[in-house]
Design a protein around this ligand. Structure first.
Ligand SMILES: [Zn+2]
Length: 413
């Protein structure tokens, strides 16, 4: 490890300048994917990359790649970046940090006159947030072959129905490069944690070992509507009472698999939803997350058992339908080790951490060795205009990125 340092003030200044594009009055950002403001941010990023001597290409789904050549142009690049789009009430750091950290790595190498063996590419992925066009992570998803290109371009704006492809065309980012299908030596992504763990532990660096798996369910509980007055308690088939016991069970399952399990019921629909009618039907959703597949399978069994038991107490029917499954994604241990070594060599206190959220890195892990670096954000808050991060932590994460990228790009020969 070489222990090189980035220019933290320049990194912060670039983040703040970028954050002017789409700034909200509450200090956050609204820079939706493929909007005019996204186009403006993209053009600023490209200008900075070209000033740093990079060759910029845009692919057909609008992903931007800025390449700094290596000594051996035939080697696949070491790639790093994130996304420039935000939530409607987003912050200055989610996504932007990873892209600006990649740029700062390149600028630092330029200052040092350092030539790496393999080329380095900074990437800005299209529509990571999935807020304007769903699902999330479309640009990296098409790159990794999870979605096909035509499908990605056809995704509609959730309000106007205009497509992602048409909007990319309009803002000048329907590129000509084929999407993906080329080797990537390694992918690193620096990101704010978007959770409270690092801040609570007082650590500047999280070594992300992977992303947790998810199981999403739709549950329909059916009983019988009846008059709230004349129906004696023992005769009731109250779907909401059954559903309430299921919701409690979901929460208990989450606690039973602490500290890594997450279990949430976030949507409930009661019918007929009338104050003097016993509810006849309830629809609810369940979101389970855990880094280990075996535990997710256990949680699945416990959920089904608990739902059947809760239904039996009220003579209800219950249908538990698995709606979506996303397997846990372990990152590449060798590359994760390079991040850990870089943090140690730089003297930064750190801990291993599992990503609770989805990131472009999760799709990239399917086609390239992948690792992530987390830095704390204030109060663990993200997807919020008050999202904040400390300049020293952002610098620390970028220093770790620089050294991990260098180790990888030079070992490639
Ligand atoms: Zn993000």
């Amino acid at each position: 490890m070489r222990n090189l340092q980035v220019n933290g003030e320049r990194l912060w200044a670039s983040l703040m300048e970028l954050a002017r594009i789409g700034a909200t009055t509450k200090g956050g950002l609204c820079r939706l994917a493929a909007s005019d403001l996204d186009g403006e941010a993209r053009r600023l990023f490209i200008r900075w990359c070209e000033e740093a001597g990079c060759a910029v290409r845009v692919d057909k789904i609008g992903n931007i790649f800025a390449r700094r050549p290596g000594r051996n142009p035939n080697l696949p690049p070491v790639m790093t970046g994130s996304h420039l789009d935000t939530q409607p009430t987003g912050g200055k750091f989610d996504g932007a940090y990873g892209v600006m950290a990649g740029l700062e790595v390149v600028r630092t190498l330029n200052d040092l006159g350092y030539e790496t063996e393999a080329p380095i590419e900074i990437v800005a992925w299209t529509n990571e947030e999935g807020s304007r066009f769903s699902p999330a992570m479309i640009g990296s998803g098409v790159f990794a072959g999870v979605f096909d290109l035509a499908d990605g371009l056809a995704r509609p704006d959730n309000v106007t129905g205009t497509t992602l492809g048409a909007e990319l065309e309009r803002i000048g980012f329907a590129g000509v490069e084929p999407v993906g299908g080329r080797p990537v030596a390694a992918y690193f992504e620096a990101h704010i944690e978007q959770g409270p763990i690092l801040e609570a532990a007082g650590l500047p660096i999280g070594i992300v070992t992977g992303a947790q798996g998810q199981r999403w369910y739709e549950i329909t509980v059916t009983g019988q509507e009846a008059h709230a007055g004349p129906t004696p308690m023992p005769r009731r088939r109250d779907a909401l009472v059954g559903a309430a016991r299921m919701i409690d069970a979901v929460n208990k399952i989450g606690h039973a698999h602490a500290p890594f399990a997450c279990a949430t019921v976030g949507f409930v629909e009661v019918s007929p939803n009338s104050r003097n009618t016993i509810p006849g039907r309830v629809f609810l959703t369940v979101d389970f997350r855990h880094p280990e597949d075996a535990v997710l399978t256990m949680m699945d069994r416990e959920l089904r058992k608990a739902c059947a038991a809760a239904a039996a107490t009220q003579s209800l029917e219950v249908e538990v339908k698995e709606f979506w499954y996303f397997p846990p994604t372990p990152f590449e241990p060798r590359l994760v080790g390079k991040v850990r070594d870089a943090a140690a060599a730089l003297g930064y206190p750190h801990q291993d951490i599992v990503s609770g959220a989805g990131h472009d890195a999760v799709y990239m892990a399917r086609v390239a060795p992948t690792a992530m670096i987390f830095v704390p954000c204030v109060g663990g808050i993200s997807h919020n205009e008050i999202e904040d991060a400390k300049p020293d932590d952002l610098t620390a994460g970028c220093n770790v990125l620089l050294n991990a990228v260098l180790e990888t790009a030079d070992a490639a020969g």
